[in-house]
Design a protein around this ligand. Structure first.
Ligand code: R5P
Length: 295
């Protein structure tokens, strides 16, 4: 598309380059460094006048600094004359803080959405964000906003990885839309657990009415894995109920250490997408994002 540029911010340069290729538009790196006192400095290398600018920045690692970088970039792009600025945030940090869980706490997902909007973004796209107490991004954004699921990418991966019939499993009801779409693409059955979280890091999966995984190969999918305790707990239950093997796919893997631990604790394999770049990123999210942008 003429007069557009994809700008890769510090956490998402590889994905941004791949997106630029898919969209067939030019690519530019955002220059970033820090002043000695820790403040961030950013600078665009490309001319932005009258251009549609796609800023790509996952808000992990370092959610706070990454958010500051994004907000600075949006506002600066507008000041430099960009026609439109779209915030492409493959991993949207703070999405899980969507409720005042304890008196006096911030409902951070709304505040972050407002910061992105007030900086001047004309649109927002993310990938498989955590939608729990809010059902739709439109509840926190008033600019056009979209959540892209990687169902096709995950189904394509599963077709190559797992031979024969697959049972697609989700660890909690929030994973239901993704699990259903993947199962449909694979012409497979699906099952969703009911999960109870005891604290930020301790998970108890329970209640498995109608679970029949005896002798089956399971594809366990989730939006986010951090400690991977959820994947390990669910895998244990699946194995106890006779599952042959459990291959895991998550959209966003926050901690490589969690994945390594999962592999030592019953999980047959684990991969994630390149919304976050690490050694488990095997699926490219750029095609699904490009499609959402509409080229
Ligand atoms: C929460 O509801 C999410 O969907 C994930 O299941 C959760 O964030 C995974 O966290 P962990 O890997 O630390 O168990």
């Amino acid at each position: 598309m003429r007069n557009s540029v994809v700008v890769g911010c510090s956490n998402s340069k590889r994905l941004a380059r791949s997106l630029a290729k898919k969209l067939d538009v030019s690519y530019s790196d955002l220059f970033t460094d820090r002043f000695p006192d820790g403040e961030k400095r950013i600078r665009f290398n490309a001319r932005l006048e009258n251009k549609t600018v796609f800023l790509v920045q996952s808000l992990h690692p370092c959610p706070n600094g990454s958010l500051v970088e994004l907000v600075f970039a949006i506002e600066t792009a507008k000041e430099l004359g960009a026609f439109k600025v779209f915030a492409i945030v493959p991993y949207f940090a703070y999405a899980r803080q969507d409720f005042r869980f304890n008196p006096g706490e911030a409902v951070s997902n709304r505040i972050v959405a407002r910061m992105i909007e007030q900086a001047g973004a004309d649109g927002f796209i993310t990938v498989n964000t955590h939608l729990h107490r809010i059902k739709n991004l439109r509840e926190i954004f008033s600019i056009p906003s979209d959540d892209v699921l990687l169902s096709k990418e995950i189904a394509d991966y599963a077709k190559k990885k797992i031979k024969g019939k697959v049972l697609v499993v989700g660890p909690d009801w929030e994973s239901t839309p993704l699990v259903k779409e993947i199962a449909k693409l694979l012409h497979s059955d699906h099952y969703v657990f009911k999960k109870k979280r005891l604290s930020g890091t301790r998970v108890k999966s329970f209640e498995t009415p109608g679970l029949d995984c005896r002798g089956k190969s399971v594809l366990l999918v989730d939006d986010i894995a951090s400690t991977c305790n959820t994947l390990v707990s669910v895998t244990k239950i699946l194995k106890k109920n006779g599952a042959k093997k459990v291959d895991c796919v998550v959209t966003h893997l926050l901690e490589e250490g969690g994945a390594k631990k999962a592999l030592k604790n019953g999980v047959s394999s684990i991969v994630c997408s390149n919304t976050l770049e690490n050694k488990f990123s095997k699926m490219d999210a750029s095609g699904a994002i490009a499609q959402e942008i509409g080229f």
